[in-house]
Design a protein around this ligand. Structure first.
Ligand code: NAD
Ligand code: WQD
Length: 340
């Protein structure tokens, strides 16, 4: 009997990497995804790589009937909840969608889990819940003050989870606040390919590297950082996936709810990322320096000490690994997931 874990949003960028790791470590992931920002191609690729069939339900976390059926048909022991919308800019234009998916969508999921006596939960949160003035290295007890509806919606789900855990001590919940996940699986078979123009640095750099876009736009070169460009705590997506497996094991002995930062604990500037990517792809990457992007902070990085101590997790991949794997994925899949 393998241990079944519900992975909501499992067809997406981070979910597909967690799916791969769950299978590698002997779990059976059951995927629930409405495919609003993904397809089932990553699942088919993971099935090919692992030789394991992956149970998949196309459906929405907000649909209670779908959830009821899923929990009746599968003996789920824990949920890793990634399903949601993630664009800061889009959330400003469409706040209702963000509150509905990210905050309200978490509630029926917890309700149905509670009805079925499944009370182990791992939640994908984000460093974006911290205020713009948080002091780095950022600890989990830093004040929260999200600057966008996206960040608010993630924090509201966190708050609801805290109340759920306090109301019923049988719940065991790990809230994982990711810093900046980048890179791809070493196979080059799964990775990130946003629709349209990428909002985030790494996928944008990847598309310049393949020639899809002419130059990197560097937002701001006058920050109070060593080279004047913004500094972030980039984290390899496979290290992030490993952290979820550590959190699953942590839940076995845990009680109540706990929040963990997931980052490497060190920052890299935009120019350092570009330099590392140039080494990975073997050619120069044109860039243009533009004004700062509104709402950006100069620099932040995590204090991942709590995850190291309690989850027994530590990021092991460095910036060279992140850029090498991002390039391996992008150069083999320049148009993202296309049916083969
Ligand atoms: P993604 O868009 O690639 O994956 C999200 C998946 O959820 C998609 O497959 C989408 O189709 C699905 N989905 C969305 N709404 C749904 C719904 N209502 N019902 C069912 N499925 C739904 O995004 P990602 O980068 O893999 O992010 C996953 C999670 O991690 C999100 O919750 C996001 O907030 C969080 N996170 C991401 C980052 C990042 O930089 N990528 C950083 C911090 C936190
Ligand atoms: C990184 C640095 C930019 C694009 C976002 C979300 C956050 C989380 C992770 C989900 C900054 C600069 C960027 C470009 C650039 N996601 N940049 N040119 O803003 O730290 O975090 O993703 O939870 O919520 O806000 O990441 O990759 O957009 O930016 O110069 O084309 O790269 O100014 O300094 P960010 P990012």
């Amino acid at each position: 009997m393998t241990r079944k874990v519900l992975l909501t949003g499992g067809c997406g960028y981070i979910g597909s990497h967690i799916c791969m790791e769950l299978i590698k470590q002997g779990f059976t992931p059951v995927i629930l995804d409405n495919l609003c920002n993904s397809s089932t191609i990553p699942l088919r690729r993971i099935e090919q790589l692992t030789g394991q069939p992956i149970p998949f339900i196309e459906g929405d976390i907000r649909n209670e009937a779908t959830l009821e059926r899923l929990f009746s048909e599968h003996a789920i022991e824990a949920t890793i909840h990634l399903a949601g919308l993630k664009s800061v800019a889009e959330s400003v234009a469409k706040p209702i969608s963000y509150y509905q998916n990210n905050f309200a969508g978490t509630l029926p999921l917890c309700e149905v889990m509670q009805r079925h006596g499944v009370k182990r939960f791992i939640y994908s949160s984000s460093a974006t819940v911290y205020g713009l003035t948080a002091q780095s290295p950022i600890r989990e007890d830093a004040p929260t003050a999200p600057a966008s509806p996206y960040g608010q919606s993630k924090l509201m789900a966190e708050i609801a989870l805290r109340d759920i855990a306090h109301a019923d001590p049988q719940w065991k919940i790990a809230i994982l606040r990711y810093f900046n996940p980048v890179g791809a699986h070493a196979s080059g078979q799964i990775g990130e390919h946003p629709n349209g123009v990428p909002n985030n640095l790494m996928p944008y750099v990847s598309q310049v590297a393949t020639g899809r876009r002419p130059f990197i736009q560097v937002f701001g070169s006058d920050y109070p950082t060593p080279d004047g460009t913004g500094v972030r705590d980039y984290l390899h997506v496979c290290d992030l996936a490993d952290a979820h497996l550590c959190a699953l094991r942590w839940l076995d002995g845990a009680q109540g709810i706990r929040t963990f930062n997931l980052g490497t604990g060190r920052g890299y500037s935009v120019l350092e990322i570009i330099d590392a990517y140039e080494k990975a792809c073997g050619h120069p990457l044109p860039r243009q320096f533009l004004d700062r992007r509104p709402g950006d902070v100069a620099s932040y990085h995590a204090d991942p000490g709590l995850a190291v101590d309690e989850l027994r997790w530590r990021a092991t991949r460095d910036i060279e690994d992140m850029c090498r794997d991002a390039w391996n994925w992008q150069s083999h899949n320049p148009n993202g997931y296309v049916e083969s």
